[in-house]
Design a protein around this ligand. Structure first.
Ligand code: FES
Ligand code: FE2
Length: 406
C-alpha cells in the first residue's frame, strides 16, 4: 500500500517539465482567483499557479483577461500595470493588452498597428463561474469541458468562496479531504460544539468503507456503527484532479467543495466553496471573513513554537489546541508533515483506504498521460459533474447506503 519515492514525485511535483504539471495545464480548468477579488478597472491579481506566473485582470466591461505576468517587451511585471479603458497597460513603456490577450497599443513603436500584430503572445481562456475565475492554460486544440460542479450555477447568495495560501505541497490538502477518521480526533472539539448528526463520528471512531468507481474518480461511503442497529453513513466524492465534494452534516445543511490547487511544488492554494442548494447560505464558518484571499486562518506560528498550538485551551478541554477554525487544524497538520512529505515512509491502516484509492486514480491518470499525452476522461464530455451528490445520513444496519444517493 505504501508507494515508492519515484511515485511520490510523480504524484506531487508540478514545476518545469514534471508530467503532472503538464497534464494539469493541458487538460484541466484551474480555479485561479475568487471573482469578488477582481474589480472592473481594479488592481490586477498576480497569479502563480503550477509553478508559472500570470496576471489576471477585469476590464472596464467586466471581461476577464489572463496574460503571462512578464510583459513581452522587456519583461516588466504586468501586475504593476494600469487597468484602464478596456485593457491592461504596462507602466514601463505603455504597451496595452486587451482581455482577449491581444496587444492593442505599443505607443513607443513606429507603425504601431503593424508592429502590434508582429509580437508573439501566449493566450489563455478564462471563465467566471460560481464565484470563481477559472483559467485553462492549455495551448492545444481540444479544450476540456468546464467542470460544472453542483455549486457553479447557483445564485451568489447561495454560495461563498474563500481561499488560503498554504506552504505545503497540494496533495497533502487533497488527501485530508478523503481522510474520514481524522474527523473523530483532529476536529472533535469543533464537531462537539456544532452538534447535529455529524456528532456520530465521535461514537464510532473507525469506519468501514465501500467504493463505487466513477468516470471522474470515485464515490465512497464511510459507515460507522452507532448502536441500536443503526449506522451513520457519509458519502463523499473524489473528483479528479483536486476536487472533494463533501457531504453536508444532514440533508438540509450546506455542502462543501474543497480544492487544493498547486501554486508550485511546495505551496498550494486551498479553496473552500460552501453552498446551499436549497436557499440562501447565510453566515457560516467559511463566509464570516470578508478576506476571501486569506480565510480560514493559517496556524498562528511556525515550527519553532509548534505552529502556535495553544496548550492552555487544551488543558481546558480543546482537543487539538488550534481553536481558530476547523481548517486551521488541517493546515497545522499539513505544515507539520513537511513541505513535501515522503509517502514511502508511511505506515498505513485500513482507515486510509480512500487515500490509497485517490493516489491510485491519480497515478493511473498521470501514467496514461505520460504514454499517450492524452487524458481521455477529461475531454470526452462524458462526465456529468452537476449530478455528483455527496450526502450523509443515519440508516438501519441492513440498508444499502446507495439508496441515499438515488
Ligand atoms: S516592458 Fe512592458 S512596455 Fe516595455
Ligand atoms: Fe479536516
Amino acid at each position: 500500500m505504501t508507494i515508492s519515492r519515484a511515485d511520490n514525485d510523480l504524484l506531487t511535483l508540478v514545476e518545469g517539465e514534471a508530467p503532472l504539471g503538464k497534464m494539469l495545464r493541458d487538460y484541466y480548468w484551474l480555479p485561479a482567483v475568487p471573482s469578488s477579488a477582481l474589480e472592473a478597472d481594479g488592481k490586477p491579481f498576480r497569479l502563480r499557479i503550477l509553478g508559472r506566473n500570470f496576471v489576471v485582470f477585469r476590464d472596464s466591461e467586466g471581461r476577464v483577461g489572463v496574460l503571462d505576468e512578464a510583459c513581452p517587451h522587456r519583461r516588466a511585471s504586468l501586475a504593476l500595470g494600469r487597468n484602464e479603458d478596456n485593457g491592461l497597460r504596462c507602466i514601463y513603456h505603455g504597451w496595452k493588452f486587451n482581455a482577449a490577450g491581444d496587444l492593442v497599443e505599443a505607443p513607443n513603436a513606429r507603425q504601431q498597428d503593424r508592429f502590434c500584430k508582429s509580437v508573439r503572445l501566449n493566450k489563455y481562456h478564462a471563465t467566471d463561474r460560481g464565484g470563481i475565475v477559472w483559467v485553462w492554460l492549455g495551448q492545444g486544440e481540444i479544450r476540456p469541458p468546464f467542470p460544472n460542479l453542483p455549486f457553479t450555477e447557483l445564485p451568489a447568495d447561495q454560495r461563498c468562496v474563500t481561499t488560503q495560501v498554504v506552504p505545503t505541497n497540494w496533495l497533502q490538502g487533497v488527501e485530508a479531504t478523503m481522510d474520514t477518521t481524522h474527523l473523530s480526533f483532529l476536529h472533535s472539539s469543533t464537531i462537539e460544539l456544532q452538534g447535529g448528526p455529524r456528532k456520530n463520528v465521535l461514537t464510532d471512531k473507525t469506519a468501514r468503507m465501500e467504493f463505487d468507481e466513477q468516470p471522474y474518480g470515485f464515490r465512497y461511503a464511510a459507515i460507522r456503527e452507532i448502536g441500536d442497529g443503526k449506522t451513520y453513513v457519509r458519502i463523499n466524492n473524489y473528483v479528479m484532479p483536486w476536487y472533494s465534494v463533501i457531504c453536508p452534516p444532514d440533508a438540509n445543511a450546506p455542502g462543501t467543495v474543497f480544492m487544493s490547487v498547486p501554486i508550485d511544488d511546495k505551496t498550494h492554494r486551498a479553496w473552500f466553496v460552501h453552498f446551499n442548494v436549497h436557499g440562501p447560505l447565510g453566515n457560516t464558518m467559511f463566509s464570516q471573513s470578508p478576506d476571501v484571499l486569506a480565510w480560514p486562518p493559517l496556524p498562528p506560528g511556525g515550527p519553532d513554537d509548534n505552529w502556535g498550538q495553544n496548550r492552555d485551551v487544551m488543558k481546558r478541554g480543546h482537543f487539538s489546541g488550534f481553536p481558530q477554525h476547523l481548517a486551521t487544524e488541517d493546515f497545522a497538520m499539513f505544515m507539520s508533515q513537511g513541505d513535501i512529505f515522503d509517502r514511502s515512509e508511511e505506515q498505513l491502516c485500513e482507515a486510509d483506504l480512500a487515500i490509497v484509492r485517490l493516489r491510485r486514480v491519480l497515478l493511473q491518470t498521470v501514467r496514461q498521460y505520460q504514454q499517450t499525452h492524452r487524458v481521455e476522461a477529461a475531454v470526452d464530455g462524458t462526465i456529468d459533474y452537476a449530478s455528483i451528490v455527496s450526502v450523509g445520513g443515519v440508516l438501519s444496519s441492513e440498508a444499502n447506503w446507495r439508496s441515499l444517493v438515488q
